[in-house]
Design a protein around this ligand. Structure first.
Ligand code: PMT
Length: 393
């Protein structure tokens, strides 16, 4: 997967540094040529000799003791890609501000290669406004941020902040090197719309936005410019322009206007089919008796795009429960190029999960069924299909 690619692995000083040894091994197994650079505190957690034994090269540990007169620029120029794993809060802050006070940061500043950053720290540190600001700066500067995940943390704590597993970092590195969607303009919808009943209540659904976010992030990682129109929380990732919306009408307005110059549109949002005809300006009160809420249909965003000429390559989703027959039918009637069906009643699939099990239908009714995969993997497989289809045009 990374055959012949030159990977600089930067290790900063956190407990997750022990996983950097396994990451180095996975990179070597994937065919990469790996060289490491460690901050001083990283050596408190992981022996430089361990990385040397795995990669065949002794890590760069400082500016001063190296045979090379300028180890950071030599390493930075050598790299096809640099990965910082684990990236502590301090290292993220220094990367964001360009504070070049150790050889790891200096290497990151000296490289023109893509940089993958795998944060690892306690939840409070990750959620701190300063860290969030710094990670947003890094993402805006083009870094590929992978994780952190939720799980067990140092000292017996539990929460978000755990470094993602090495295999996921290897996939992110491969993605950072892959630019097969470069130049593509992509529109993705995500999340569940909210249709107001009154200023307090709305008609909504269970969509978390994870599936749409994964599709947007994968496309951006692979070089596309992505417009993510979302009714859910959005990732701060370079290459993804976020348009937050709430209602189906707002999503339709944004999608229809941005689809005009899009190459591909992927509609992963769960859009309300009906909305209250006359939402109340004031909170409905129990004492005022049982309200009667008349519904009207929302705009069909997918149909609006499908009817255009020319139109982008169009992918719809279908949330079904039990049988996917409805998804097959939508593939043949909705005017799409692909229709991704998922059974939201199946364990690990559909709403709010990190995984999904989908079947992808074509308008002729043919289908390919994928196993239960992470939503990131579903997204990458979907982009592979779309890429192959469009290259066949
Ligand atoms: O967000 P997650 O928690 O990760 O969950 C992911 C998901 C289950 C929401 C996602 O995988 C999914 O299935 N999205 C589509 C859900 C849906 O609304 O399906 P549908 O069968 O009702 O709609 C079919 C298609 O028409 C969808 O592409 C939808 O975006 C689109 N649509 C629907 C209604 C409408 N008014 N306008 C539309 O464009």
């Amino acid at each position: 997967m990374l055959s012949g690619r030159r990977v600089v692995l930067g290790v900063s000083g956190g407990v997750a540094a022990y996983k950097a040894a396994y990451l180095a091994r996975r990179l070597v197994e994937a065919g990469a040529d790996v060289r490491c650079v460690m901050s001083e505190s990283a050596t408190q957690f992981l022996g430089a000799q361990t990385l040397a034994a795995i990669t065949g090269e002794f890590p760069v540990l400082s500016f001063w003791d190296e045979a090379d007169v300028s180890p950071h620029t030599a390493l930075g120029q050598w790299a096809d890609v640099m990965v910082v794993a684990p990236a502590t809060a301090s290292t993220i802050a220094k990367l964001a501000s360009g504070t070049s006070d150790n050889v790891l940061i200096a290497t990151a500043l000296a490289t023109e290669a893509p940089i993958v950053v795998a944060p690892a720290m306690h939840t409070e540190m990750w959620e701190n406004a300063a860290t969030q600001r710094n990670i947003a700066i890094l993402a805006a500067d083009g870094a590929h941020v992978v994780g952190p995940a939720a799980g067990a943390l140092a000292g017996g704590d539990h929460g978000t902040g755990r470094m993602v597993e090495p295999d996921e970092i290897v996939a992110a590195i491969a993605g950072a090197l892959q630019a097969d969607l470069a130049g593509w303009r992509v529109v993705v919808t995500a999340g569940g719309t909210r249709e107001p009943i009154d200023p307090v209540r709305y008609i909504g659904n269970r969509s978390s936005g994870r599936m749409g976010n994964a599709i947007a992030v994968a496309a951006a990682r692979r070089g596309a410019h992505v417009v993510l129109i979302t009714a859910a929380a959005a990732p701060a990732v370079a290459g993804v322009e976020v348009i937050p919306v709430e209602t189906a009408q707002e999503m339709a307005d944004a999608a229809w206007s941005r689809c005009d110059d899009a190459d591909v549109a992927v509609m992963a949002a769960a859009v309300a089919d009906f909305r209250p005809l006359l939402p109340s300006d004031e909170k409905l009160r129990r004492g005022e008796g049982m309200p009667e809420i008349t519904l009207e249909p929302t705009p069909d965003i997918l149909a609006g795009i499908a009817s255009r000429s020319p139109r982008p390559y169009l992918v719809g989703f279908a949330a079904e429960s039990g049988s996917l027959e409805g998804a097959r039918r939508k593939a043949t009637t909705k005017g799409v190029d692909l229709l991704v069906g998922n059974d939201v009643a199946s364990p690990g699939s559909g709403f709010g999960t990190d995984t999904n099990q989908v079947t992808v239908y074509r308008p002729d009714g043919s289908a390919v069924e994928w196993p239960l995969l992470s939503k990131t993997e579903v997204a990458d497989r979907l982009w592979d299909l779309i890429r192959d289809d469009r290259q066949g045009d």
